[in-house]
Design a protein around this ligand. Structure first.
Ligand code: G6P
Ligand code: ZN
Length: 548
């Protein structure tokens, strides 16, 4: 059969084909069922009218990545796409896709990843559609995709790819019948963008003067990017990038850069051989973890420190326009914005909500508690970008991570912060807990729980200041007297059961005790929130499964 000859296959709506916080994520076994990927891909095509358009395509290299790419290429051809810009071997990090869409003026892109979720035959897979601004599709488009998925009746797919292209490994441009496929190096354009934004000379000088670092790529997509940028271009010693080879199953690990899943790095940074700086990124390269010698930088603090110091990097030398954070991210960055006299935004969870603010030039930096930080250089969060901005700041200030963090708290005060996750919950029980909590919100202000006074209780809704779109039911915020806040929401990225996330924060002013143990500093707000939401009672759990 020829690539050009396409066939129309009958299909029907498939239960659960509904994108969550970040695209459609399912178990590999589900995604690879005959017709599953095809049906969802066609639903996206039906929603975006792809004929005559150009798209970027790539993924994090996890199990099923290559097979899915071949299918999407064949379907793109059958749906009249003019050109696909494809990462070599089907690899592109999420921020690299975002950059390529923007740089090439493409109409959008397809990212194959389940981010930080485990991979391999028993792991997860995902597909996300990004729009021409380089960012995740906004709800207006994901709603359209859902509507198309609910009414789908057929999909179109061409014949097989020519043998020369099947491996996806040779750089260059190929014209296959009416569609062009350009296979590009996944790292080149991205590395050039980083050189534009940051003072590579200053970082190189710091490293050649003895500054040491370790970057844990967690056997995921950032390995080749980090080797090129940190070792080749910035001169970090060979071996500074560990777990650098991307593997189909991430070496059996859970590629989520936090103290729990990046424990090796975390422990190393707290051990006798700790280098000056440690960092890690996730499956698709958009999340980051920053650790100094003996000190972990919480993502909310990282956003605040980066906002306060961004002007030290050439790409942000003229200052930043505003800082946006998701609702459950701590208020630390709001304090920086206030001092800088710039706007601060609180959006729902999910990077897609930052898009309009970035496009309109209202926000320059954005961040989330879920280890995501980024700026207007792309429209995704960006793990290596955060690492490089930290390195740039360290090089200019000539201080340690610990000194910079302490100085930050002494200037702005400290927002003690932690997230408690209750995993593998019965979905009905988790929904019932949130429903009961929402029902009693009006009665909560004025009540006292575990010695804390509730001063406000809201079901978070957001009106986008740029396009006026409204997102409701985005989680509950409990505000207590004395600078404490708790947020509760159900995770939107899991593939099994439900996860309740409880986000806790307590502000301490600059003249207060800034070096307490985090869980101890939060013990009152933990107790009050458990009581208010009835966590023990309704879930039958005595404590969280993961504390980060
Ligand atoms: C993805 C999105 C993030 C978001 C996170 C929330 O990683 O890209 O923007 O913060 O999901 O995950 P959750 O499991 O809490 O819904
Ligand atoms: Zn990710």
């Amino acid at each position: 059969m020829d690539f050009k000859d396409f066939k129309t296959h009958r299909t029907a709506p498939i239960e659960g084909q509904k994108p969550g916080t970040s695209g459609l994520r399912k178990k590999v076994a589900v995604f690879s069922e005959p017709g599953y990927l095809e049906t969802y891909t066609q639903a996206i095509f039906n929603a975006i009218d792809p004929a005559g358009k150009t798209y970027v395509l790539g993924g994090d290299g996890r199990f099923f990545n290559s097979e899915a790419i071949v299918t999407i290429l064949r379907m793109a051809a059958a749906n009249g796409v003019t050109k696909i810009i494809l990462g070599q071997n089907g690899i592109l990090s999420t921020p690299a896709v975002s950059h390529l869409i923007r740089k090439r003026g493409a109409d959008g892109g397809f990212i194959l990843s389940a981010s930080h979720n485990p991979g391999g035959p028993n792991g997860d897979f995902g597909l996300k559609y990004n729009t021409a601004n380089g960012g995740p599709a906004p709800e207006s488009i994901t709603d359209k995709i859902v509507a198309c998925a609910e009414t789908i009746s057929e999909y179109r797919i061409s014949g097989d790819l020519p043998e020369t292209l099947k491996t996806l490994s040779d750089l260059g441009s190929y014209t296959v019948d009416d569609m062009e496929i350009e296979v590009v190096d996944p790292v080149d354009d991205y590395a050039a963008l980083m050189e534009d934004l940051f003072d590579f000379d200053a970082i190189r000088k710091m490293i050649s003067s003895g500054f040491t670092l370790r970057f844990d790529a967690m056997h995921a997509v950032t390995g080749p990017y980090a080797i090129e940028i940190l070792e080749r271009r910035l001169g970090a010693t060979t071996g500074s990038v560990v777990n650098a080879i991307p593997l189909l199953d991430f070496g059996g690990g859970h590629p989520d850069p936090n103290p729990v899943w990046a424990k090796d790095l975390f422990d190393h940074m707290h051990g006798p051989d700790a280098p000056d700086f440690g960092a890690a990124s996730d499956g698709d390269g958009d999340r980051n973890m920053i650790v100094g010698k003996d000190i972990y930088v919480a993502p909310s603090d990282s956003l605040a420190v980066l906002a306060a110091n961004a002007h030290l990097a050439p790409g942000y030398a003229h200052g930043i326009a505003g800082v946006a954070r998701s609702m459950p991210t701590s208020a630390a960055s709001d304090r920086v914005a206030e001092k800088l006299g710039i706007e601060a935004f609180q959006t729902p969870t999910g990077w897609k909500f930052f898009g309009t603010l970035l496009d309109a030039g209202r926000a320059t930096l954005c961040g989330e508690e879920s280890a995501g930080t980024g700026s207007d250089h792309v429209r995704e969060k960006d793990g290596l970008w955060a690492v490089l901005l930290w390195l740039n700041i360290l090089a200019v200030r000539g201080e340690s991570v610990a000194d910079i963090l302490l100085d930050h708290w002494q200037t702005y005060g400290r927002d003690y912060y932690s997230r408690h996750d209750y995993e593998g919950l019965d979905t009905d029980a988790a929904n019932a807990l949130m429903a009961e909590l929402k029902d009693k919100l009006p009665t909560l202000p004025g009540q006292t729980a575990a010695g804390l006074n509730v001063i406000a209780a809201e079901d978070f809704a957001y009106t986008d200041p740029i396009d006026g779109s409204v997102a409701t039911g985005q989680g509950v915020i409990l505000t207590y007297a004395g600078g404490a806040r708790a947020m509760l929401r159900l995770s939107g990225t899991g593939t099994e059961g439900a996860t309740l996330r409880v986000y806790l924060e307590q502000y301490t002013a600059p003249d207060g005790n800034l070096i307490r143990d985090t869980q101890e500093a939060l013990s009152n707000v933990v107790a009050a929130t458990s009581q208010v939401a009835g966590i023990q009672k309704l879930l039958g759990r005595t404590g969280p499964d993961v504390v980060s």
